[in-house]
Design a protein around this ligand. Structure first.
Ligand code: SF4
Ligand code: SF4
Length: 171
């Protein structure tokens, strides 16, 4: 069953995606060797916690999940069942063979900001990028503000872990 999401929250999420895309694009501009790209799945393999999604994010993610093959979905469910106590968390959605995200176009906000946004008490999240910063190689980057993103996510309403969303999902 699809999660109910009102159009206001859905358009607020679209606007949030556009704003993040603009920030990411401005950081990537003139930096062709930027670390993030296909084949780098370090952040998907080292999550601090099980992904947390608002209803609007889950509703979008469901569209991507619905397009996957049944066997792939079964594998994701098995990965979710194995999450208890796992730290760091390997994203249960990640294709562990190819290192690709099977729901890239529908991925949560946290995945879009990773490596491009700084959080007051957690820094940049990505060790690889952080070490470039320490070397002084990225001194002129204007990073996004993750605390502002969190505020906008909070305004989207209640959020649940991916595990909880799957438990409620009837397919
Ligand atoms: S944030 Fe870090 S680990 Fe993730 S894709 Fe970018 S460079 Fe790789
Ligand atoms: S949803 Fe996709 S991009 Fe986000 S952590 Fe999982 S595999 Fe990585």
């Amino acid at each position: 069953m699809a999660a109910p999401v009102d159009s206001l929250h859905s358009s607020a999420l679209s606007q949030l995606h556009s704003d993040i895309d603009a920030r990411v694009q401005s950081i990537r501009e003139n930096r062709p060797g930027w670390l993030c790209g296909k084949g780098c799945d370090g952040c998907c393999r080292r999550l601090a916690e099980v992904p947390q999604l608002t209803v609007a994010e889950w509703s979008l993610l469901q569209e991507g999940l619905a397009a996957l093959l049944p066997e792939r979905l079964r594998e994701i469910r098995r990965n979710i069942a194995a999450l208890a106590g796992q730290r760091p968390v390997v994203c249960p959605l990640l294709d562990r063979t190819t290192g690709a995200c099977p729901v890239y176009a529908q991925r949560p906000v946290a995945c879009r900001t990773y490596g491009f946004y700084v959080q007051r008490d957690k820094g940049l999240y990505c060790d690889e990028i952080e070490s470039r910063v320490v070397e002084g190689a990225l001194a002129n980057v204007v990073w996004g503000n993750h605390d502002a993103i969190d505020q906008r996510l909070t305004a989207l309403g209640e959020s649940r872990t991916l595990t909880e969303w799957f438990e409620r999902w009837e397919t």
